[in-house]
Design a protein around this ligand. Sequence first.
Ligand SMILES: Cc1ncc(COP(=O)(O)O)c(C=O)c1O
Length: 383
Amino acid sequence: MSDVVACVHRREYPEEPQAIFLNAASWGLLPRSTAEAAADLTLRRNRERGFEEEELGAIQRRCRGAVASLLNVDPDEIALAPNTSFGVNLAAALVGRGEVGRVLVSQGEFPANVLPWKALEARGFGLEIVPTGVDGLPDEREIVRRLDGPDVRALAVSAVQYASGYYADLPALGDACRQRGVLFCVDAIQALGAAPIDARAIHADVLAAGGQKWLCAPWGSGFAYIRRELHERFDPPMVSWLGLEGATRFGEAARYDLTWLPDARKFELATLGLQDYLGLARSVEIFLEMGVAQVRRHIQDLHEPVLAWLDAHPEVRLVTPRDPERRAGILSFVPGSVEAVAAELRARGVVCGVRNGAIRLAPHFYNTRAEMEEVASILETLH
Ligand SMILES: Cc1ncc(COP(=O)(O)O)c(C=O)c1O
């Protein structure tokens, strides 16, 4: 564990863990200062005479700023949003306003990243689900081949697949989309916090994530990155009074002027759960402090004891790619009896998931190598 990761770990998770929590692919553990910041804002509503409007606006600016640094984009390209689905739906609405055509997704994507696109079928669009390869992982060569059709409007991918943990080759897919004028939409919820993403470098047009998983932020906090060039081309599918130029000039509010703000704030949907966005800001700042590249190295080190156990048991199928380039935080494998092994892990205090017929381990920066060695020895006794 690097010094900074170890130091943040001690500071933010001072209590002795009650279980080996390997479930960041469902939700991450909240850092202490995140939980405190969100709770403190809530309690101060009553304790003090009230907030200055300015303080509440500053929370949102702080949050957009932190997220923008995480993604290497500008804060005015970030819209705060309650979940991943918001950004995916926004991207689908944008595509739906354009010329009818096809949208590509890989087989095996999480429904949140498929159904908003499927809903476009009612408007004459085609949803093309590209079959996975023989290994069950997204077939990126085939995806790029299919991008060549004349009427492909968008490619929607998860940066990291929720079940297999496959970490997409985002720069290659983004570049292929850019060359062909295809909208590149990234569902980044299973990656951000576990693996670095530079949204500009991968040529993302829209990138969406909730904060609750690998970013260790409150439920109901998230965001969408919308590339600046799209702001003018596209007005929001839902009207937010706070997305308009005159929003905070309350004296003129009843003029009902529909002039949009000139940046991604126009896509946000009115009043948000500010305590949760303060929490998101704090959590993202913690990741910036550690550096997500360091976190990723730590997670890959955490995978090692279980990978070593898998090496000794070739009959247990590793679903996640062995190649560290194609792996972020999730490590999935199929032992003989998945349900029995999962139940036994749970009984012995290991919190993990089962997805698509595989055990899904999702360790994060607050886990230790010793915990993963314990998991490997539990697996050995079960096999
Ligand atoms: C790939 C992926 N996208 C989206 C979600 C969740 O979507 P939302 O944040 O809209 O609830 C999940 C949660 O499991 C996921 O794994």
